[in-house]
Design a protein around this ligand. Structure first.
Ligand code: G3H
Ligand code: ZN
Length: 286
């Protein structure tokens, strides 16, 4: 069934595993991720960035596609459709009205008071509709679609501010940026685990780890032990899909049937997602 992230992530936090947010880019992503989740009996979050939403034809198209795939597949595991890095109240409202079950309002670039005010406004609307809300403090480095944060701008969240934001806004899930990066890491990731532990003590909500691509398993486990219940992965699926598509096209330069190269690309996404579900411990938890 289609559900919000709230219960899914509170359970995950309590039982100490992580639920993956896997970003959608097109039909094949939705197919691969839903198939992986059902096979693994894992809860799953389908992340949709504003750019990917536009690419697929709008939020309403995304919801219709996911709903009818779930019907065709007879999906039994909990699935959330989540707006990733929502940039404004209007975009969050659009997603909520299109049928998303969860939204992120990313006002992390704003001063704290403005971030709090905007997040609060989104929470008020979302909760009327039974939609969960994720907020962010600090700044995740790297690039995802329209969201570009250079090294100098990337910032670690301040624990006292995290507590203030969560207390004043009633968000369901909280993403403190602690050194993670969108896209591949330059060198080893340097996650602020001391702060993560402190934040876990101050904030009674499941935490989110953005930039899941390229984080070593030991760090994933550590993050889960410090209250992280949601781990976002996008680039890694894109890399595996790209590799598989390139392989077919290199081996068969005359190939023009999209199913012959997008099919293997889809299989590669599915395999990557299954690997993540096992690594995060969400397999067999649906
Ligand atoms: O919001 C989405 C994620 O944080 C994805 O990050 O592309 O580095 O896996 P990633
Ligand atoms: Zn992110």
């Amino acid at each position: 069934p289609l559900v919000s992230m709230k219960e899914m992530l509170e359970t995950a936090k309590g039982e100490r595993y992580g639920v993956g947010q896997f970003n959608l880019n097109n039909l094949e992503y939705a197919q691969a991720i839903l198939q992986a989740a059902e096979e693994e009996q894992s809860p799953v979050i389908l992340g949709v960035s504003e750019g990917a939403g536009r690419y697929m034809g709008g939020f309403n198209v995304v919801v219709a596609m996911v709903k009818s795939l779930m019907e065709s597949y007879g999906t039994t595991v909990p699935v959330a459709i989540h707006l990733d890095h929502g940039s404004s109240f209007e975009k969050c409202a659009e997603a909520i009205h299109a049928g998303f079950t969860s939204v992120m309002i990313d006002a992390s670039h704003d001063p704290l008071e403005e971030n709090i005010a905007l997040t609060k406004k989104v929470v008020e609307l979302a909760h009327i509709h039974g939609v969960s809300v994720e907020a962010e403090l600090g700044r995740v480095g790297g690039q995802e679609d329209d969201l570009i944060v250079d090294d100098a701008e990337a910032a670690y969240a301040i624990p006292s501010e995290c507590k203030q934001l969560v207390d004043e806004t009633d968000v369901d899930v909280f993403a403190p940026a602690l050194g993670s990066v969108h896209g591949p890491y330059k060198g080893e990731p340097n996650l602020g685990f001391d702060r993560m532990e402190e934040i876990m003590g101050l904030v009674d909500k499941p935490l989110v780890l953005h930039g899941g691509t390229g984080i070593p398993t030991a760090d994933v486990k550590k993050a889960i032990s410090f209250g992280t219940a949601k781990i976002n992965v996008n680039t890694e699926n894109q890399i595996s899909q790209g590799k598989a598509v390139r392989k077919v096209l290199a081996e068969q330069p005359e190939q023009y049937d999209p199913r012959k190269y997008l099919g293997p690309g889809r299989d590669a996404i599915k395999e990557t997602v299954i690997g993540k579900m096992r690594e995060f411990g969400s397999s067999q938890k649906a």
